[in-house]
Design a protein around this ligand. Sequence first.
Ligand SMILES: *Cc1c(COP(=O)(O)O)cnc(C)c1O
Length: 443
Amino acid sequence: MNATHDIAARSLAAVWHPCTQMQHHETVPLVPVSHGRGAWLFDADGKRYLDAISSWWVNLFGHANPRINAALKDQLDLLEHAMLAGFTHEPVIRLSEQLGALTGGVLGHCFYASDGASAVEIALKMSFHYWRNSGQGEKREFVCLQGSYHGETIGALAVTDVALFRDAYGPLVQRAHVVASPDARQAQPGETAADVARRAAQDLERLLQERSGNIAAIIVEPLVQCAAGMAMHDPVYLQEVRRLCDTYGVHLIADEIAVGCGRTGSFFACEQAGIWPDFVCLSKGISGGYLPLSLVMTRDAIYQAFYDTDVRRGFLHSHSYTGNPLACRAALATLAIFEDDKVLERNRERAAQLTAALTPLREHRRVKHFRRQGMIWAFDADIPDDAAASFPRRIFTQALQRELLVRPIGRTVYLMPPYILDPEDSALLGARLLDVFNDVVEA
Ligand SMILES: *Cc1c(COP(=O)(O)O)cnc(C)c1O
């Protein structure tokens, strides 16, 4: 018996783990983390794991980051929390100002919550309520994309097109319209990613022609549908959707919970299409992976539709920890690192290093659709159907043996590392992932 084993057993007895068939832990190990340092997590026995997926896509600048730690320690002695109704504080004001400035003032109003699903529900409610305040209460339907993922609360599931969740909880959910995904992997011979994107936009246009009078908003994950298996698309899709939303009077909600904060190469993914949506949802990386924080940014025209003497025309939504000062300070420290370290620029070098280290995988005979967008890498395993079900668990387990934290989605293996990998980390990650993949697919 070792320390890790005892802690895992206690956890399995008392903790119900997220999105997990708990019985699988009879064969799949549970890893008790004792501490983290940079890109590495350490378990109770001193074994280490390179966090190649940023702990579910949240960690941007490593674990126990000295600058974020210092900001939090400072904030702890000032104010841990105060309610945001009737009160305000410097961290939430500064964060709203700085984020608004990153959109050139276009999305100058920030509304706060604690998790991504809540941010999605806030954007949906705000859109609906905007239309009702504008005398168009019949606009109450939503549109999402095939394979979309926007969170797992009952409201967010309405715009989430994941069969597993839909089948389990479908009867509870008011379903949105589902339109074609612009996933570039659907390209027919001779077709470009932009062709696929235009074809998907035509599918949306058909729906809007018919029903735009009842539709409040479309929600998209710009550039990468992450939970769908890192499905990437051409930015022209976002331009087309923006144009259609303007033509048909429908809001565009950009769920940048996973793709925001520099993940795709620009701070907001939408910047690469040269458009601004009507709402942006942020969470995950915004606090550097430290504390639960989410927010919705929107335009002045939307904000003004709620501005009134009548409380019922105000936006009726709140959470106990709205605008938590500690989380906002972590976010401010995160934004400061982006600026001070020229992170977006330096990520281009980091991306080139890791891409080079992944060359043998890109050329592997069992690899299809090797792809990258910014600091996201993905490829699909070309394996028989009967091997697919156990593939993610086998990769995860083999990766742990080789000091890597990697969790495939179906047949898709992806990397979403923190923005701090040095050339040695990248070389190690590329070499070990190749070994892991060979262990599993050549077995
Ligand atoms: C993770 C995620 C969410 C949900 O965020 P939670 O904090 O897990 O509720 C929503 N949308 C996207 C695109 C995500 O990746």
